[in-house]
Design a protein around this ligand. Structure first.
Ligand code: MSP
Length: 496
């Protein structure tokens, strides 16, 4: 894992390319499931790709702890809130380590030193811009969404996401003038200053903006939510979930604090990766807040789909929930990362079942990269090799693959990027079949050694391309090549 300290950050270099990527911050209310694992893994793969390219890269993740539900959940667990939260955060960090997530910082919104000053500074800026006003709120509140819903959002009087009836609420709130920014956000999107990917999601946002968005509640009375950040200048109110949560993307970098080096270096963000259920907050609330505060907008909101199992949303009652550890323990971290990268499209819903996972594991990992690496390394150690020279066609093929791979990554098309790598693997398998160096070694040793040199070179290139997706596997292959060793154990033992 990379360093989590801020102290080693230095001032921006004039010619430095930077890449700032964020995960959503997770609610600390249950174990993280496959959908959460998916979000962080996608972010990690993108971050590792940019590090590999030499970009100054920063990956932020964390937890969204100032929610109404936290106090209830802590009470049910028989713990005080702080201990309850610490314990959950520990399990999240353990999972992220087991998924090999190379985050640079884990921000917690209950952190009074790191997060609160930024959230309060954001509030002051919105207020100074004249975008905060007090009013009485009458409405429907869904505790599970942590959001106010309108009649239009409901299905049979219930929240469609949680199948629960929202509470009727009447209270004093501060409101944020979201309505003032709808046109400006749409303009920014049209002019290319801010984008949502995929474009279908951007169109959804554009029609939402076109219909017009009303002002939104940005605070709640302290007597109703005791756990949260006080509104500057009004201790009776607490900054409300989304205003607080979204600000993590800048508070973590030092916004509102004395040391703003990270902020200067990395803001605006290149990409916020989110699930489609939190699109409105990221594509409307957040840019509006940034505009009101006089700050630059993030470049891209990348919206992935939801992970289902056997075609259904994972749910306890259906019994189709797959916990990340079921797969990590049985098949290994890299196998899970591989599946998420190659077999779930980042732009639509994706399915995962144990059967499908095992099929893919055997075909692409045990028989694919695992078998290829083991064959090539065996010949390399046993027969030796000549340094390869490449034909013009080979060079062109290599360049084309690299370009395709980079272009896929730059469009966030992880599936496409992984496909390029597996095409290279298939090409190399074919090369062994065609050239048969293990037979040729007896008749024409030099020619066989030329072939092995080529195979080893290509295997190394494959390992480099695998690095973002399967860092541990990539490392094992590179180490074996550098030390002229074969693999002591298969990378991916076949499962029957
Ligand atoms: N705390 C908010 C986010 C605040 S960001 C400033 C939140 N937290 S969450 O824990 O409920 O969800 C975190 C992320 O997981 C969201 O992006 C959500 O879309 C994603 N997913 C939750 N279930 C999912 C699937 N089944 N599949 C894929 N992603 C899913 O929302």
């Amino acid at each position: 894992m990379t360093s989590t300290s801020e102290t080693d950050a230095h001032a921006p270099q004039a010619d430095e390319r930077s890449f700032y990527i964020t995960t959503p911050i997770f609610y600390p209310n249950a174990n993280l499931h496959m959908g959460h694992a998916y979000t962080v893994t996608v972010c990690d793969i993108l971050a590792r790709y940019h590090r590999l390219k030499g970009d100054a890269t920063y990956l932020l993740t964390g937890t969204d702890e100032n929610t109404g539900k936290v106090t209830d959940a802590a009470e049910t667990a028989g713990k005080d809130v702080a201990t309850f939260l610490d314990d959950i955060v520990d399990t999240y960090k353990t999972l992220f380590a087991d998924l090999d997530i190379s985050y640079d910082q884990f921000i917690r919104t209950s952190d009074q030193e790191r997060h609160w000053p930024g959230a309060q500074e954001m509030w002051r800026r919105l207020e100074a811009a004249g975008d905060i006003y007090k009013d009485t709120y009458n409405g429907l509140y869904c505790r599970d969404c942590e959001a106010f819903l309108t009649e239009r959002d409901l299905v049979d009087g219930k929240c469609p996401d949680h199948d629960t009836r929202p509470e009727e609420v009447e209270e004093e709130n501060y409101f944020f003038r979201l309505s003032r920014y709808t046109d400006q956000i749409a303009e920014k999107m049209h002019s290319g200053g801010f984008q949502v990917l995929p474009k279908e999601r951007e169109n959804e946002v554009l029609s939402m903006l076109d219909e017009g968005l009303g002002d939104v509640s940005f605070s709640r009375p302290k007597e109703k939510v005791s756990w949260g950040i006080p509104v500057p200048g009004d201790e009776a109110q607490v900054i409300y979930v989304w205003c607080d949560a979204l600000t993590n993307y800048i508070s973590a970098l030092g916004f509102g604090r004395e040391n703003q080096q990270l902020f200067d270096r990395f803001w605006p963000a290149d990409v916020h990766v989110i699930g489609k259920d939190i699109l409105k907050f990221h594509a409307a609330f957040w840019p509006a807040m940034l505009m009101s505060a006089g700050m630059e907008l993030s470049d891209t909101i990348l919206v992935h789909g939801m992970i289902t199992s056997g075609g259904y949303k994972m749910s306890k009652s259906r019994g189709n929930v797959i916990a990340p550890y079921e797969l990590i323990n049985e098949y290994g971290t890299d196998a899970l990362r591989y599946y998420l990268a190659r077999h779930i499209s980042p732009f639509s819903d994706g399915d995962l079942t144990i059967e499908r996972f095992e099929e893919v594991y055997n075909a692409d990992l045990a028989n694919g990269i695992g078998n290829l690496a083991s064959r090539v390394l065996k010949m390399y150690v046993k027969f030796g090799y000549n340094y390869p020279t490449f034909s013009e066609t080979q060079k062109m093929d290599q360049d084309a693959l690299r370009e395709e791979y980079e272009s896929a990554f730059n469009r966030f098309e992880l599936t496409e990027a992984a496909n390029v790598v597996w095409r290279r693997i298939a090409n190399l398998d074919q090369y062994i079949t065609d050239s048969e160096p293990f037979k040729k070694i007896k008749e024409d040793e030099q020619k066989a050694k030329d072939d092995i040199g080529y195979l080893v070179h290509e295997l190394f290139e494959i390992a480099v391309m695998l690095e973002p997706i399967m860092p541990d596997t990539a490392q094992k292959i590179k180490t074996a090549i550098n030390n002229e060793e074969s693999l002591a154990q298969p990378l991916f033992p076949r499962k029957e």
